[in-house]
Design a protein. Structure first.
Length: 747
């Protein structure tokens, strides 16, 4: 299972070559493929592909597990890269691995010595759920042992497979490319900034001065994801650089993803292969393995795989980003043909152990080892499929009503039934919520791809940017349908929600422009919070600060603000809380769980043990007072709220309260690793679906909208933005929690 041609990437090529080699080595075995799609339309796969997974659709992974189980697959061989599976750090894959019954052998194409929190969680779960782990270099096994405590006995070191090519003089192949009589330098693979090709071009003037007959061939298409995001900006910058360096007559760009047969011809014409990659922590390189095994001299930067493969004089290693060293390395080989030929012969001899038939035999040994280590339990009907072991499906993502409520300005506040209410215009509160939703869906998936998700996010962020008054540093809240601001400054809570959203964009968005603008707005608007008195504004701001710190270094001002707001909430608790009323205020009103959630985050990441304890204690009390005798979630009603020593209002129940409880309880689960909190989150979420006082679904499955509340006798049929977004944010939280049970924040 992994990427597969005609998808264009090195991992797809690897999966294809491995599968074909294993099928040839074990002709009595049926070898089938599960292919991962990165686009809704998929690809025209060959017949060997028997099932497909949409990268971001979590349900696809469950269906794939069912397919493998029902078809009695004997071994599942997973090709793993963090970026090819959906969810944070590719965590969707874990859903499949939790449910398959057969032994799992995982080939690790990337092994991180310094993973972030999400990456570490995914890797640890992947290790736990794999019977064997395959790495392609000794360095990979060392990292698994030292960073993840994996015993050597669980790891097989199997080199990257290569096609079997004859050892031949490069001059034989050059005429067909029109480079006869020249020395050919080659770099191939999908093009992107991490390849470091600019440093080779900067090295060319000196190389050409010493060897005027040199030509540098850059073979490969721009990476499809980079092409969709930036176009050919990187390639064009390289072309301009070659012209500026005066070597454009010595550089050839061939912008194609070539077939294996064509690639063999290009490699055959090569004299020196260059891998000027910029990341030391690259534990394997298929292109390096291909060319080295074909008996070509290599000049490479000192990334891990190159250090291992080119050790003991089997190639030339140079420092990163050092064009002078590249020049010297290339010329040292061209100046000494005898040394260069010996390197080529030694590389070719070593490469005979790397050809695909030999690697297929090693993989089959690993498969047999995995089967011997774990005899799969018999599959008795639907054993283990009870709801106690396999929780019910969540509703599918349906953004019809969100899109209906949105235009190029932003999202409308209110609706009359399912129709946007133009008269009420827009507000910052709802556009902030909508922007957060877009970022969560883009990062976590959990449903079918939404083609215009980026366009929606752009509109919501543009609204937030327009809402900030750069002179006062305050966000405005209400805008008329005619795009006129109706106030000079919004409430403290709306300002803080805008900070929450922009912190979220700065920490989560995969769109560079969105991320940079979000960070700018966040920093500009943060200072005003120091004068705020609303505990919810403090809490929303803390949520934004922790989101911002996921991907950004915190300044002294941001750290000081986090400490100050955390201490303010703690002091509020100490001033107000008693044994019978463990709460921050004399009343329990709206979005109550956000106060607890903010302290849970600060408690974990400052860290602050007192804040963490208060966050858990206050949230536990909220759970206890928001539960019916039958076990349903019953949020504090907005028709009177709940005051100390007074009667609580049971209605009108607001979707925002259920959403806040879902998020806070999941945060408590991450902080404590106590699954009872996940059950409380599920109970709160089911309020939307009809597990409530009236037994009526507040979420409308036909429109994708959510009613504006639960009255004592009915559901409010108006499906406004706040309520609809509350449901979809809660759904995104639930989907995320099903795939990742570790803190998503870093600081």
């Amino acid at each position: 299972m992994g990427n597969y041609p005609p998808r264009l990437c090195g991992l797809a090529t690897f999966t294809h070559d491995l599968c074909e080699a294993v099928a040839a080595a074990a002709p009595s075995t049926e070898c089938i493929v599960g292919a991962v799609n990165d686009c809704p339309e998929g690809y025209e796969y060959p017949s060997r592909v028997r099932f497909e997974l949409q990268e971001k659709d979590l349900d696809c992974y469950r269906r794939a597990a069912d397919f493998l189980n029902f078809n009695n697959a004997e071994v599942l061989c997973v090709q793993h890269e963090f970026g090819i599976y959906g969810g944070p750090a590719g965590s969707h894959l874990l859903t499949l691995l939790k449910e398959v019954r057969m032994p799992v052998v995982t080939t690790l194409h990337t092994i991180l010595g310094q993973p972030n929190t999400a990456q570490r969680h995914v890797m640890e779960e992947l290790i736990r759920r794999s019977d064997r782990l395959i790495v392609m270099a000794r360095k990979g096994a060392d990292i698994l042992r030292d960073t993840y405590a994996v015993p050597d006995a669980k790891v097989d070191i199997i080199a990257h497979g290569i096609p079997d090519m004859p050892f031949a003089d490069s001059d034989i192949y050059k005429e067909q490319f029109g480079v006869q009589g020249r020395k050919v330098l080659l770099t191939f693979g999908l093009l992107g900034p991490g390849k470091g090709i600019e440093h080779v071009i900067e090295a060319l003037p000196e190389i050409v001065r010493r060897h005027p007959n040199v030509v540098y061939l850059v073979l490969g298409a721009t990476h499809p994801h980079l092409l969709a995001r930036e176009g050919e900006r990187y390639r064009l910058s390289l072309e301009r650089l070659a012209e500026d360096c005066g070597v454009k007559e010595h550089v050839i760009f061939y912008n194609r993803f070539v077939s294996l047969e064509d690639l063999k011809e290009f490699i055959g014409a090569t004299d020196i292969y260059l891998t000027p990659y910029l990341n030391e922590a690259q534990v394997t390189s298929g292109t390096l393995a291909y060319v080295f095994g074909a008996g070509k001299a290599v000049v490479s930067t000192r990334y891990w795989h190159a250090q291992e493969l080119l050790a003991d004089g089997r190639g030339v290693l140079v420092p990163f980003r050092d064009h002078a060293a590249i020049s010297d390395g290339v010329c040292s080989l061209l100046n000494n043909p005898e040394r260069m030929r010996k390197i080529c012969l030694d590389a070719y001899a070593l490469g005979r152990d790397m050809i695909w038939p030999a690697m297929a035999g090693r993989y089959l040994e690993s498969f047999q080892h995995a089967r011997a280590d774990r005899k799969a339990a018999s599959r008795t009907a639907f054993a283990g499929w009870t709801l106690d072991n396999r929780s019910g499906d969540l509703p599918p993502l349906r953004l019809d009503h969100v899109m209906r409520m949105s235009d190029s300005t932003g999202i409308f506040q209110h609706a009359i039934f399912t129709v946007p209410n133009f008269h009420e215009g827009y507000c910052t509160d709802d556009n902030a919520r909508a922007f957060i939703l877009c970022n969560m869906l883009d990062e976590n998936g959990g449903g079918p791809p939404v083609e215009n998700l980026s366009s929606l996010a752009t509109s919501y962020l543009a609204f937030l940017a327009a809402a900030l008054n750069y002179t006062t540093g305050r966000f405005r809240n209400f805008m008329s349908h005619g795009r006129q601001w109706l106030e000079d400054a919004g409430s403290e809570d709306s300002h803080a929600r805008a900070l929450w959203a922009t912190g979220n964009g700065a920490g989560r968005s995969r769109n560079e422009g969105h991320r940079r603008l979000s960070a700018q707005l966040f920093v500009r608007g943060l200072a005003a919070v120091s004068g705020f008195t609303s505990p919810r504004a403090w809490s929303f701001t803390l949520l934004g600060i922790h989101e911002y710190l996921r991907q950004n270094e915190g300044s002294a001002e941001i750290s000081a603000m986090r400490v100050m707001l955390t201490r303010r909430l703690v002091q509020r608790w100490k001033y107000s809380a008693t044994d019978k009323w463990p709460w921050f205020e004399d009343s329990v009103t709206y979005e109550n769980a956000r106060l607890s959630q903010a302290l849970l985050l600060s408690g974990q990441w400052m860290p602050d043990a007192e804040a963490l304890e208060i966050g858990l204690k206050s949230l536990q009390w909220l759970v206890s007072i928001q539960k019916t005798p039958s076990g349903c979630f019953r949020p504090i009603g907005s028709n009177g709220f709940y005051h100390r020593d007074g009667a609580r209002a049971d209605f009108d129940q607001q979707p925002l309260e259920a959403q806040a409880m879902v998020a806070a309880c999941h945060e408590a689960a991450r902080a404590t690793q106590d699954e009872s909190w996940s059950r409380e989150a599920k109970r709160s979420f089911e309020w939307f679906l009809g597990r409530n006082d009236l037994g009526l679904a507040v979420y409308d499955f036909t429109t994708g909208g959510c009613g504006d509340g639960l009255h004592h006798d009915r559901v409010n049929e108006n499906q406004g933005a706040e309520s609809t977004l509350a449901f979809h944010l809660a759904l995104a939280e639930m989907n995320c929690a099903k795939q990742l049970h570790s803190p998503p924040y870093t600081s």
